[in-house]
Ligand binder design. Structure first.
Ligand code: GDD
Ligand code: MN
Length: 371
């Protein structure tokens, strides 16, 4: 079993001199595994490269990739991954920072889990036993925690507690080798989330191991302000991709509402209002059915031509359920709290919310269920 520890460096000359011997001590604990240390240097302006070359004389194997030009944390890791897979035929890669914020003492705990055949082992600050530095101020703790929470909720990945951890082990076969690095949405710090979401979508077996996230030993953090925007961009892009059906369904719903209003107003001029609203409602339903079929759920099961009419009847009947229910809800609320403008609209709001949930569930789980 080949395990490749990839450490990106940017001006870390002092830290790597301390980290390297500590890591090689830990490597010795696992007799069945062979370890490789790969530094990816982003063209440091200090003596980092010189330090690595010196370390290579005492410790083996240490590989060095010199980037020539700093390409961001994600950029550095892509080079590291490719090198580990192609040149070293690695079975697992480990991601770790150079600045000792990731404690080598936690390293064996992560490696240990490889025996349980995990695809991703996350060194986690937010599971029981894990921690962030006590020295961090409240603001930093809150940003870190709620940033993570936001991503977990929006992407429906609440099971994962630490979304941005930089200390983790990834299996190559079937996982890392399935990821197209040219498609990554970020070359900066947010690539961490990017890779995590992709592993999650590949149905990788994931676990979290508590770590003690320390303070940077020496040198300065390279976390930049724009990382925040970068992370938000990655999260939102994934959110849109994952909720495409729902977003289109809402758009079509608004289109239907527009047709409903337009047609009923026109028809109202020529005929009784109850007839007008029935015509308008029916037309709107045909409109939404057609668009949902051709567009909102076009990546799902296609409805056969011969079952188009029965399916439409089912669609219409099911779509009436929340409309009828809404009437009851409004009557009930008004009976309890009085027939006021506020109560009427409260009932409408509850009814519409239920309608969205109901319709989307029926459409996506029954009518246009996944292939
Ligand atoms: N080659 C290269 N190129 N290395 C880089 C670059 C780059 O552009 N930017 C940073 N590094 C190296 C640093 O030298 C360090 O070893 C590691 O990447 C992490 O950089 P830090 O500057 O120490 O990051 P941080 O401490 O702010 O962030 C860490 O914690 C975050 C969670 O709080 C990282 O592990 C993040 O990935 C993590 O999200
Ligand atoms: Mn750091």
């Amino acid at each position: 079993m080949k395990i490749c520890v990839i450490i990106p460096t940017y001006n870390e000359e002092e830290n790597i001199k301390i980290l390297t011997p500590l890591l090689f001590e830990k490597f010795k604990l696992f007799k069945d595994f062979s370890f490789y240390l790969v530094f990816v240097d982003g063209n440091s302006s200090d003596e980092t490269v010189k330090s690595i070359k010196l370390l290579q004389k005492t410790f083996s194997p240490i590989h060095l990739i010199e980037e020539g030009k700093k390409s961001g944390l994600g950029g550095a890791y892509i080079k590291g991954y490719q090198y580990a897979m192609e040149n070293l035929q690695a079975d697992y890669v480990v991601e770790m920072d150079a600045d000792l914020q990731h404690n080598p003492a936690d390293f064996p705990k992560l490696i240990e889990k490889i025996k349980n055949n995990y695809d991703l082992i996350i060194g986690s600050r937010y599971v029981k036993g894990g921690s962030v530095p006590a020295e961090w101020n409240h603001r930093r703790k809150l940003i870190s925690y709620f940033g993570s929470l936001f991503a977990r909720v929006v992407l429906r990945m609440t099971k994962i507690k630490d979304f941005t951890s930089g200390f983790r082990v990834i299996k190559v076969k079937g996982i890392l080798d399935q990821i197209d690095f040219s498609k990554l949405k970020s070359k900066g710090f947010a690539y961490k989330m990017d890779i995590l979401v992709r592993i999650f979508d590949l149905k990788g077996k994931i676990c979290e191991v508590p770590i003690t996230f320390g303070l940077r030993d020496r040198g300065t953090s390279k976390m930049e302000e724009k990382n925040f925007q970068d992370s938000l961009k990655v999260i939102l892009e994934f959110a849109v991709e994952r909720n495409k059906n729902f977003i289109k369904f809402i758009v079509v719903g608004f289109g239907g509402l527009f047709i409903d209003l337009l047609v009923s107003n026109i028809a109202n001029i020529y005929t009784r209002s109850s007839v007008a609203s029935t015509i308008a409602g029916s037309l709107a339903m045909i409109f939404t059915f057609t668009l949902n079929n051709l567009w909102s759920f076009n990546d799902r099961t296609k409805i056969q031509l011969k079952s188009l009419i029965p399916t439409f009847i089912f669609y219409a009947a099911s779509s009436y359920v929340p409309i009828i229910l809404r009437g009851y809800v409004i009557t009930y609320i008004e009976k309890l709290y009085g027939e006021t403008f506020l109560m009427f609209n409260l009932g409408m709001l509850i009814g519409i919310t239920f309608g969205i949930v109901w319709n989307f569930t029926v459409y996506s789980k029954i009518i246009w269920k996944r292939k």
